[in-house]
Design a binder for this molecule. Sequence first.
Ligand code: C5P
Length: 247
Amino acid sequence: MTARLAILRPDTSRHSNKTQTFGYERVLMIYRGCAMPDKPLKILITAGPTHEPIDRVRYIANRSSGAMGLALAAAARDAGCDVTLLLGPIGGAPPEAIRTIAYTSSHDLTSELDRCFKDCDVLIMAAAVADYRPRTYSDGKLPRTGQSMTIELEPVPDLVARCAADKRAEQRIVGFALEEPEVLRRRAAEKLQRKGLDAIVANPLKTMGSADIDATLILASGESLSPGVLPKDDFAKWLVEWIQSDG
Ligand code: C5P
């Protein structure tokens, strides 16, 4: 073990104004993070959508700004983790001082996960992977005919489930589930089981495009943790601290 220094800034999140214990828990979590072994935790984070090409111009995608994944990458970097970010097509410059590998389609993301997953301690799968992709690709631009057209879609393999099937005992995987509030907990818990994850962040549809997130972290043990409504940056810090303290 080595001593590490953590700079504690005043906690100005809305949540901390509500409960006095949050600050204390935060100090404990950071302390545990600081008392980590010499090797920093290797965290692999995926963020943003996948673009599934129809032709050279068009694609199918989920709506995703990548904001949550970017916030997680920054929080993990600031907490002293060794971060690799697999970043989808969100436009804009990659984040500073974070090893970033760009991907476009689910094919690319599959290759990068195949290459990077074995070297990480924790995978946080925040990418909004498309559920379906066109079965065929037209190399060029399909002409607009004015007639209706049919594009045959095939399911995109479940990438995080593939990683979970291959994972070593000491590796951990955190997924994300975005659902309507009425079915959120049940569907997120089902996904956690089905995909073989260690934890899943259940967040309601209204998270999309919002600066805040009202998420619940559901663990494989069945336990759940809800930090309340937080700005995405604060939620990212909370999740990274939980990951560091849970190890
Ligand atoms: O099944 P659903 O898309 O709601 O599950 C969300 C979780 O699964 C996210 O962590 C997402 O990154 C991951 N996922 C995946 N491969 C897919 C679809 C989703 O890894 N094809």
